[in-house]
Design a binder for this molecule. Sequence first.
Ligand code: ADP
Ligand code: MG
Length: 525
Amino acid sequence: MANFVDFDLEPKVLQAITEMGFEEATPIQSQAIPIALSGSDMIGQAQTGTGKTAAFGIPMISKIAREEEKISALVMAPTRELAIQVADEIEKLARFKGLRSLAIYGGQDIVRQIRALKRKPQIIIGTPGRLLDHINRKTIKLDDVQTVVLDEADEMLDMGFMDDIQSILKLVPEERQTLLFSATMPANIKRLAEQFLKNPQHVSVIPKQVSAPLIDQAYIEVPERQKFEALTRLIDMESPELAILFGRTKRRVDELAEALQKRGYSADGLHGDLSQNQRDAVMRKFRDGSIEVLVATDVAARGLDVSGVSHVINFDLPQDPESYVHRIGRTGRAGKEGKAWSFVTPRELDHLNFIERVTRHKIARKPLPTMSEAIEGKQRILAERLLEVVQDGELNEYKAIAIQMLEQFDSVNLLSAAMKLMTGEKKDAKIELTPEDPVRAKRRKPSGSYGGGRSGGGYKGGSGGYKGGYKGGSTGGRSGGYQGNRSSNGTGGYKGSKEGGYQGRGGKSSYQGDRPAPKRDNFEG
Ligand code: ADP
Ligand code: MG
């Protein structure tokens, strides 16, 4: 791993990096920064959380002159949440150099964006749909762009942005540098790269194999109608520090967040229909720990970098294994342990089996937590909290009455009563969720294509190696191993028996499966 001083960066950029607390470059940064600084086109493949923003941001910022008044760099990102995250990081990196950057995304008042554009930012970070809007209104001109970055390119194509991206790229001058980042390299990404990149250099970071499994995966078989009861018991039993709860639809997310609140849990929902202010408020509360359960759709949670997530709960099983891997990757990060629980209805057991085969990881079956396990869990946490308060001290105001009471009553009874009070009466508001249809394993053509393609991180490890391969990345996030080819015709390639099907050794093979046609209904660009 390289030190940032080795890259021969200008002092103001180095100063920003130091200020941000980066001590050494991450693996993707070590590889990508020198290449990007050399001016060459590049394709970078790495999981979420590996530092890709600075990997392209540092060289991009280095190239731009401070007094430039035109848009010199354009970054495309799939969602407003990601565009904002990238823009924040770019702004910090460019701060001492004094460059201006601006995030452009759907859902925000376009007039406000037009006003902000008058400040002549040199760097634009935007979602493709809204960018195109501005281009058509001539409020954004791309004639002077020297660097284009496609961030999370696979997600952008998944969300149906192919046409928009192509239209935009055709408007950028030919003699530019193009950097493409993607967690996976399905065929459509390769095609896009062939069309728009010139002799790109490839950089990929294969997740390290670590023997200690960081994500503990389990499932509970439960009928659709009993899921919510199961959920409250599970939360009580596990008392997560921070949990992300995945629901299949926006309606589901809304209903779950509301139902949890009714039962006295601190929960909130995140999905594409919320206004930017609402989303920001939810994320702030989740980050500072004032909500313990974040209910989200896949799209809303994509790419979110929240540390300290102790539990991922799949209230609904995701349709495809790749989403499963993305979801559970929200926990078990930065060397911490995480737990991933999935609810599986009886009709979804086949689908679970499919996920297990693709991810090459057996998911442990666990019984539904019993009422007494739930209560025990709650009490354990309560006891821990009590002890913390004891340690913090500052109890003097209470001591006189405590002594008085102890003279008259039994200490065990007193403490039990205090704990009963603290648990609060369990609110038993009646909860009715709209049922979701079970996910079904899709029909797979027997003549599918298997991997062989060079993926950045196949499932590693010879025997049941998924555990090692995926969990290995200490930063968690995505595994590079499963590669859906996102064909929209729904037939593609899974084949093979449990044993013979995967050629996965040493990260060489990739599963190439299908994905449903891109959905635009809940995209957030
Ligand atoms: P990715 O785009 O690969 O998902 P990000 O660029 O969002 O990852 O980076 C993830 C987090 O790691 C961010 O909070 C970022 O500030 C931090 N980070 C990036 N590079 C470094 C580094 N060299 N040292 C420490 N932290 C870093
Ligand atoms: Mg990123």
